[in-house]
Design a protein around this ligand. Sequence first.
Ligand code: NDP
Length: 387
Amino acid sequence: MEDLSRRTFLAQLGLTLTAASVLPDFPAVAGKAAGILHPTAGKKLNIALCGLGNYAGALAEGLMASQYCRLAGLVTGHPAKAHEWRLKYGIPEKNVYSYENFDSIARNPDIDAVYIVLPNGLHKEFTIRAAKAGKHVICEKPMAISVNECLEMITACKLAGVQLAIGYRLHFEPTHLEIKHFGQDRVFGQVRMIDASLSYQTYDLTKAEKTTFNINDDAEWRLRKTMAGGGPLMDLGIYCIQASRYVLGEEPLSVTAQFGPVHNKVRFSQVEESISWQMVFPGGAVSTCMTSCGFNIDRFYAAADEGYFELSPALSYGPFEGKSSRGPIKFKVINQQAAQLDHIGASILAGEKLPDHITGKEGLKDLRVIEAIYEAARSGKKIQVSA
Ligand code: NDP
């Protein structure tokens, strides 16, 4: 009975978020894999977006398409942006905050949750401030820039009695639910080897020496260690770690890693330009991954005892496509942000605890792996991942 209602909910989500097509909405195991909770009819979770940059734009569109969440407030450092967004999304002035007066959101009953879409180095501060204001928190990936920060965030949310979700959009995407099922349910036997890469060329390598930039510009926060925590590993490589972990359903035991290649030492003076790493899992599987700002790649491959499965594009916004040794893998394209928000919104509205795989516990696990990868690359040694 429970499985049936979960599947019905997912099927409804798929139907409302996608155009009609002959492609399936969700894999048959979607309900089980997504850990869906029961929606509460007619209600919406009122969310304030904190930091109105590029990804906040995608989330705002996701909120517009969401059945269980509503864009109800804004937090920004730029009054002109606040004005533009207010008009576009019909937000009342009393629901708009600056970073300075943000704490007074505690007195606003129109806001249930704050979605932190700030540079990584600000996630901890604003998560803790939102929790102290009594608001549920959704925080973008990476959860923070260190394991210790993640622990502080989890503690603050626990003490305040609010839920803490991390913006893992792929946990609700049908293609990813399918590969998670392939790996964890051993549809092709035991997975032995994973090869995953996600990279975007973020500057013109041929003009690298001539390109001028100011590392202190707000727009360049991804190049600053204090704001980003690291380079593409924090931003993109985290998806390779995530996919390896949820396809295998295991936590890596140890990692080895190597920095490079480096094309522009000036631009990448504080964070890595590229990094490769290898993770060894308890079942014996090895995952080898790469991320870089120097070239474009977006792929996932898993070799198992009785076959293989692969996606390309695999980890970006899609649309995802792939094949396995049994045939093509393709599902209807969904609005990933709306699907993520709907699952989080439905759970919180129903007063149910969010499933661990989308909470701060999951964000913490990724940061443990990331810290081990950086230590391995710096030391040249194999590093055990802390439990
Ligand atoms: P942007 O640089 O586009 O936006 C960040 C926003 O943060 C700015 O526009 C600004 O908003 C606010 N901000 C506040 N203080 C600062 C500061 N000191 N320097 C720079 N910005 C500041 O970044 P993104 O939107 O691309 O990324 C934001 C977060 O979202 C990151 O953690 C990133 O990892 C994550 N992300 C997640 C994605 C996903 O698919 N899940 C995709 C892309 C990003 P304002 O002007 O309103 O004050």
